[in-house]
Design a protein around this ligand. Structure first.
Ligand code: CO8
Length: 258
């Protein structure tokens, strides 16, 4: 097992849980955090015994943004040459379902990291925002794109131009998060959801998320064609035979994740 400095990594059955852990900085995302999260997610994604991954933070903060202290004095060339934070893009290639469990602040890069996950479960204490404009910058890990697709132009503009923070209810109403849960139940309900997903056929889960993601990236006709091809391809899996066979035989399925 690798030694991570900025996260905690736990396994519970077929679920991997990554907890962002820089309590002294409200989990601000520095390069070390990026390397740890990307490495841990990659490691879990490659493990066929893992069927869902949860990324979470603390009660106070999922993550209060990119680490401002680490970036403040950098030049344009520093940022460009390092392709600052380009490494986070690796999360978009992950096949295993990825759930963000957000309590407290999810600001700037924290909101963007949550949006890179497949869906967001929010505690009623969650606060989402893209406050970069207050620092003289803009979202830089996909926020201006993913937030706009998630909540539409008007609310994305409102949030990104004012830097205003929205609460969990407004986030749910806007389509940014899928569910709001009482803070005390966030982790238990997230783990229950992740465990349920992890037991379902892994090939179908990977292709389902790939299909939904295609909806973000392409036009309707191409997306529907992609979905159709992928749907047909699942008839090559053992789990399709098992799932449909079990239904017809009126017995519980026993999936192989193959
Ligand atoms: N970076 C570095 N340190 C931080 C950050 C951060 N984003 N957020 C909080 N901290 C630190 C504080 O400096 C403080 O440290 P210290 O005790 O050493 O002074 C500690 O965490 C606790 O924070 P506060 O005392 O400020 O706690 P409060 O409860 O008073 O306030 C807030 C909480 C409102 C969340 C406040 O901390 C805050 O406004 N944080 C900054 C939020 C922000 O602006 N986030 C956006 C950052 S920019 C960004 O994310 C851009 C992403 C794209 C980059 C892509 C590059 C290509």
């Amino acid at each position: 097992m690798m030694d991570y400095k900025n996260i905690l990594l736990q396994r519970s059955g077929r679920v991997g849980v990554i907890t962002l852990h820089r309590p002294e900085a409200l989990n601000a995302l520095n390069l070390g955090m990026m390397h740890d999260v990307v490495a841990a997610v990659g490691h879990l994604d490659a493990d066929t015994d893992i069927g869902a991954i949860v990324i979470t933070g603390s009660e106070r903060a999922f993550a209060a943004g990119a680490d401002i202290k680490e970036m403040a004095s950098r030049s344009y060339m520093d940022m460009y040459a390092a392709d600052w934070f380009g490494g986070w893009d690796a999360l978009t290639q992950v096949r295993t379902p990825l759930i963000a469990a957000v309590a407290g602040y999810a600001l700037g890069g924290g909101c963007e990291l949550a949006m890179m996950c497949d869906f967001i479960l929010a505690a009623d204490t969650a606060k989402f925002g893209q406050p970069e404009i207050n620092l003289g910058v803009i979202p830089g890990i996909g926020g201006s794109q993913r937030l706009t697709r998630a909540v539409g132009k008007s609310k994305a503009m409102d949030m990104i131009l004012t830097g205003r923070t929205i609460g969990a209810e407004e986030a749910e109403r806007s389509g940014l998060v899928s569910r709001v849960l009482p803070a005390a139940e966030l982790m238990s309900q997230t783990l229950e959801t992740a465990a349920a997903i992890s037991k379902l056929p892994a090939p179908a889960a990977a292709l389902a998320k790939e299909s939904v993601n295609v909806a973000f990236e392409t036009h309707l006709a191409a997306g529907i064609r992609f979905e159709r091809r992928v749907f047909h391809s699942l008839f090559a899996t053992k789990d399709q035979k098992e799932g449909m066979g079990a239904f017809i035989e009126k017995r519980p399925p026993s999936f192989l994740h193959q």
